[in-house]
Ligand binder design. Structure first.
Ligand code: SF4
Ligand code: SF4
Length: 326
């Protein structure tokens, strides 16, 4: 048995905790945690996990940090670009971990951090395994008011994914005892459609309609405009030329997100909290206000509370859809 295998393998076939941590971090992720398949917190995921990889014994949760200043910049394409790049880093690191483990006879699969997903399955979730419960059980963070998983160091500014492997680990991680969410409500203040309620309510449909305008089901609206418009003039009534070019950009370079302001403003995590606590007014002025004031088109359902919220900000141009044709 060589040194690397000694670092990793115990005589009974379980994997050494420290050796496995080191291997994952050396592959390029920023944090890692391990969860046994039978953890009650993964009960709702278990059938799907076993469909994806029937030999699963353990789940490895992984996270890679985003660049904070890209996440905060009013030039939101910088945030989208960083997310796509970090997702690529995650996929490459995941594959590298499994290649290294494979040399010692460990089998497994790596999951997709976001896209692609398994979409054409009637009545089933598009993402086979939900990453948020895995990340929470692996001790990589807890859900904040914004519904994002907040890492104790990176706050909201990270991307996470998971591996399914056929071995047990000598010990497993646990959920964090303290939620990094500071209950500051800055995410609610920065949300242009009022999707985040200070009372914990979350209007997922309002977020989907706006932030994910060029992602997933909203694509059908663009296809509908292409197919049903009798001429270019009619098409331009529904999609301006900059919106059409933006769609091209999304298809060519990965999806644009319309805001992700909740991610940009969040002061949770050691990287941001100190700056926020040192001078809250300066933090609001320098980090939050530029995103609140950012000129942008906001996509809403006509007559919804999201429309009223978006129209209350004079810097936003509001574009309404009926529920039937979004
Ligand atoms: S992504 Fe944008 S729309 Fe969605 S909850 Fe965050 S701030 Fe609101
Ligand atoms: S912005 Fe504040 S309230 Fe919102 S998730 Fe982050 S820490 Fe929690």
């Amino acid at each position: 048995m060589d040194k690397k295998q000694e670092d990793l393998d115990l005589p009974d076939g379980t994997l050494r905790y420290e050796g496995l941590c080191r291997l994952c971090l050396e592959a390029g992720v920023d944090d890692v945690g391990f969860v046994e398949l039978d953890r009650p917190g993964l009960e709702a995921q278990k059938d799907m996990i076993l469909q994806v990889f029937p030999k699963t014994r353990s789940v490895i949760g992984l996270t890679v940090a985003l660049n904070v200043d890209n996440a905060r910049s009013p030039a939101r394409y910088l945030n989208a670009m960083d997310i796509h790049l970090v997702e690529d880093v995650m996929k490459k690191a995941s594959r590298s971990i499994l290649r290294s483990l494979g040399r010692f006879g460990v089998r497994g699969v790596y999951l997709s951090p976001a896209f692609p997903m398994d979409i054409p399955r009637p009545g089933q979730k598009a993402l086979n395994v939900s990453h948020k419960p895995v990340a929470e059980e692996a001790g990589l963070g807890l859900m904040g008011l914004s519904r994002m998983i907040l890492h104790p160091q990176f706050g909201a500014a990270h991307c996470f994914s998971a591996l399914l492997i056929d071995r047990q680990v000598e010990k497993y991680d646990r959920k964090l005892e303290q939620n990094p969410c500071l209950q500051c409500n800055l995410c609610a203040a920065a949300c242009p459609v009022g999707a985040i309620g200070k009372d914990g309510r979350f209007e997922g449909f309002a977020c989907l309609t706006h932030n994910y305008r060029e992602v997933t089901i909203n694509f059908l609206d663009w296809v509908d405009a292409l197919v049903s418009s009798p001429d270019m003039e009619a098409y331009r009534q529904r999609f301006s030329d900059p919106e059409t070019i933006s769609w091209w950009q999304s298809l060519a370079y990965g999806p644009n997100y319309q805001c992700n302001h909740c991610l940009g403003v969040c002061p949770a995590g050691d990287r941001n909290r100190i700056e926020y606590e040192e001078d809250r007014q300066a933090y609001f002025r320098n980090v939050v206000k530029p995103l609140i004031d950012r000129p942008q088109t906001v996509y809403v359902i006509a007559g919804s509370p999201a429309e009223a919220k978006a129209r209350a900000n004079p810097n936003k141009e509001v574009k309404c859809f009926s529920k039937a044709r979004r």
